[in-house]
Design a protein around this ligand. Sequence first.
Ligand SMILES: Cc1cc2nc3c(=O)[nH]c(=O)nc-3n(C[C@H](O)[C@H](O)[C@H](O)COP(=O)(O)OP(=O)(O)OC[C@H]3O[C@@H](n4cnc5c(N)ncnc54)[C@H](O)[C@@H]3O)c2cc1C
Length: 419
Amino acid sequence: MKEFDVIVIGGGASGLAAAISSARRGAKTAILERLSRVGKKILVTGNGRCNFSNTSLKKKKYHGTDPAFIRYTFSQFGGGQIVEFFEELGILHKEEEDGRIFPRCDQAGAVLDVLRYECQRLEVVELCDREVSTLSKQDGKFEVHVQNGEKFVSDRVIVTAGGKSSPQFGSNGSGFALAQKLGHTVVEPFPTLVQIKLDDGFLNHLKGIKIEARVSLYASENLIDTQEGEILLTDYGISGIPALQLSRFVHHPELKGMHLTLHIDQFPELQFHDLKKLIIERFQKLHYKTIQDAMIGLVNKRMIPPILSFTKIDKKMICDELNSAQIDALIHQLKDRRFKINGTLSWRDAQATAGGVATKEIDERTLESKIVPGLYFAGEVIDIHGDSGGYNLAWAWASGYMAGLHAAGSIQSKKRRKK
Ligand SMILES: Cc1cc2nc3c(=O)[nH]c(=O)nc-3n(C[C@H](O)[C@H](O)[C@H](O)COP(=O)(O)OP(=O)(O)OC[C@H]3O[C@@H](n4cnc5c(N)ncnc54)[C@H](O)[C@@H]3O)c2cc1C
């Protein structure tokens, strides 16, 4: 049996940040990690480049039962402190589109390296292949049991075990079970930042096509949200940042049972009548061409046959012969193509978890449990998730760092009082 001041359960982004701040405050700290090494997920973030924060960590970029929960943490350890934290460890940064912050060297591996080296410098004990199976508190001390039979004891525990997204990188939902056993409520988790499945026979013809578009999600004909950017059409549905951003609505409990549709507008910069004018003028100019040839250069070439087939327009028809109803049907395909939503890809493909340990049961100022004193939470295990753009890692570093500070600080002040 080994004893520590602070045990961190899960060596992901939030766990590494928590261990660093805890050890910097003088606490004897250990990380227990279920995989063979820490930080596996960090390596795949931002396509291997690690979009580790954003210049604008606003509440509107976060979701969950109470997104305002993030405010206090970011007021103490916000975007500036995150960048400073990494600069101090040696990571130069750069800003890209929409305030996304990356390491200047474009390497997620560099981010993980500096975190690990700082843990080593601070003598944090890193114990891998240790999946925590039970956690209990007796006589003011936590007992932490690992699946291989080992037992650890500590004054404080920080649960940074992540959610359920991408279990191949470690987070398999076991953090939720640990919290529940200690009396916490877990808001039903569902995958988010994940590709959306669409029900449409034409997708097979469209797979692999990338287009700039405005994508809108409707629930029973009511507009829920709109996103713009590059999308990728696939045989199962749609991928790309706009699709990932909208995915949080697909399993949202408030939209359960509603008919969800996705509307794709390939010409968001034009109103319906402007696009109609443009197309009529184009077809007048190219009046001698077949409709199939006249559409080349207007949209991705591979889209022309399915669009014509869907609108039942003969591809050999000459532009001159097209009537107004057929032109309207074409415009509808370009500006308001509707697809029935059929769910999302699985947890394996999800970048984040919606739901998690209920924020109302956690003190927003310290991240300590309101149910079990001495127990702390940070990162994705909490019922907070962010948009794509560096928001999830920013939350992981900030909440991890603050939980570590408070966990270690509370032991030190107790020891000071004893003296
Ligand atoms: C492919 C991909 C790309 C992403 N890209 C970005 C990006 O560019 N920017 C961004 O902001 N966010 C990104 N994210 C999201 C971001 O990575 C996560 O939100 C963030 O890593 C969460 O950190 P965490 O420490 O809370 O959880 P995790 O990183 O999931 O870490 C949890 C750790 O706990 C361990 N663990 C779990 N249960 C136990 C247990 N019982 N005992 C011991 N250990 C346990 C796991 O093995 C894991 O190492 C991406 C996610 C994915 C999957």
